[in-house]
Ligand binder design. Structure first.
Ligand SMILES: Cc1ncc(COP(=O)(O)O)c(C=O)c1O
Length: 389
């Protein structure tokens, strides 16, 4: 008999009833150190008092109004995002997938309105992940995600990761946009080198092709800058955000320049819940905390500490681990064993990490993890790796 919850997930036999900071607790009181943070979602940890206060204050006033009306919390968060980034305008969604859908629509509508309705093609990269909608799986294109779900939305060209020459060769008269994660998450914590991001920006400037960055996983302070592309000193035309921006409350967004968004006039897109007052009240509080230079400086300091200790761990377990990669607190441990095995061994040590492709275990702790918790995490990872030796 089928499970009452559709069995699309391979769930671990763990069940948490409460959380505090970087810790999750099961009903019997056992505590787990969370280096997954809901897959890069709980940027300020679990049950963060500031976010609880923002949510409960809003919950006592107003939960939901339609986008038929002005929503002051939405306006406030949009203003903050515009102020802090390249963007001139923001559309709020409930998830990263919905942000992907709008980014694709926005790029195509841009060219349609510019009198080039043929420019619909979007260049994407192997190993990428943009969500699970029919559009987002077509965009990423991996066999694992698309098999059995055809016919797929046409108009995506899949290129080898990091191959700038292939991008140059693929840009043609029908190209609308390039869509890329500055740091691939699900693909195994693969950062696109700054020089390559710069080269993509230059190609887009030369050809008019729009640059869409998917910062759903790598954005919101995760790499030590508010958004990962800032390290490369470039800006996109359109950017997808989700996960961390809500700190655990479902929220996503598409940020865009005025020009890139010019086709999206009244009636062209909408969402019942997108930009909901509860989500935006929490999102604004997340922004107030995470966008602070002093907060981001701490992320970078802690990232250096964690990385250094992880390098030591790799040296201590050459039969299990091959290397560390990533940026900020978006780190990957490249494994010589199946990553699922290390994650399972972590469970036995009451440590949560997340497997990814390319034989990598992802470490995506809350951005406010403490130095002591970093030390404790590395101890537990050390014991987990010893279990596999
Ligand atoms: C880079 C990236 N884009 C898009 C998504 C989809 O986001 P969501 O699961 O919120 O729909 C994810 C989720 O893992 C992601 O990592």
């Amino acid at each position: 008999m089928i499970a009452s919850v559709l069995p699309t997930y391979n769930r671990a036999p763990l069940s948490f009833v409460s959380g505090e900071g970087a810790w999750l607790t099961e009903a019997d009181g056992s505590r787990y150190l969370d280096l997954g943070a809901g897959i890069a979602v709980n940027v300020l940890g679990h049950a963060n008092p500031d976010l609880v206060a923002a949510l409960t204050a809003q919950a006592g006033k107003l939960w939901h109004v339609s986008n038929l009306y002005q929503i002051p919390e939405q306006q406030r968060l949009a203003d903050m995002l515009v102020e802090a980034t390249f963007a001139d305008t923001v559309f709020f969604t409930n998830s990263g997938t919905e942000a992907a859908e709008l980014a694709i629509k926005m790029a195509r509508k841009y060219w349609y309105e510019k009198g080039a309705p043929n420019r619909t093609e979007i260049l994407t990269f192997e190993g990428s992940f943009h969500g699970r909608s029919t559009g987002a799986i077509a965009a990423a294109g991996s066999e694992k995600m698309v098999k059995g779900f055809g016919p797929l939305m046409p108009g995506f060209v899949h290129l080898p990761w990091g191959d700038i020459e292939a991008v140059k060769a693929a840009i043609g008269p029908d190209t609308a946009a390039i869509l890329i994660e500055p740091v691939q998450g699900e693909g195994g914590i693969r950062p696109m080198p700054d020089a390559d991001l710069k080269a993509l920006r230059a190609l887009c400037d030369e050809t008019g092709v729009l640059l869409i960055l998917d910062e759903v996983q790598c954005g919101m302070g995760r790499t030590g800058r508010l958004f990962a592309h800032e390290w490369a000193g470039i800006t996109p035309d359109i950017m997808m955000v989700a996960k961390g921006i809500g700190g655990g409350f479902p929220l996503g967004a598409v940020l865009a320049t005025e020009d890139a968004a010019s086709g999206m006039v009244a009636g062209t897109h909408g969402s019942t819940y997108g930009g909901n007052p509860l989500a935006c009240a929490v999102g604004a509080r997340v922004m107030e905390i995470v966008a602070e230079p002093a907060f981001l400086a701490e992320v970078n300091r802690k990232a250096a500490l964690l990385r250094q200790r992880l390098e030591g761990l790799v040296a201590a377990h050459p039969e299990v681990l091959e290397g560390v990669r990533g940026q900020g607190l978006m780190l990957g441990l490249k494994c010589k064993v199946a990553p699922g095995e290390l994650v399972k061994a972590g469970y036995a040590e009451h440590l949560l990490a997340v497997p990814a492709a390319d034989n990598v275990v992802r470490l995506l702790p809350p951005l406010n993890i403490t130095d002591d918790e970093i030390a404790e995490a590395v101890l537990r990872l050390d014991r987990a790796a010893s279990r596999l030796a």
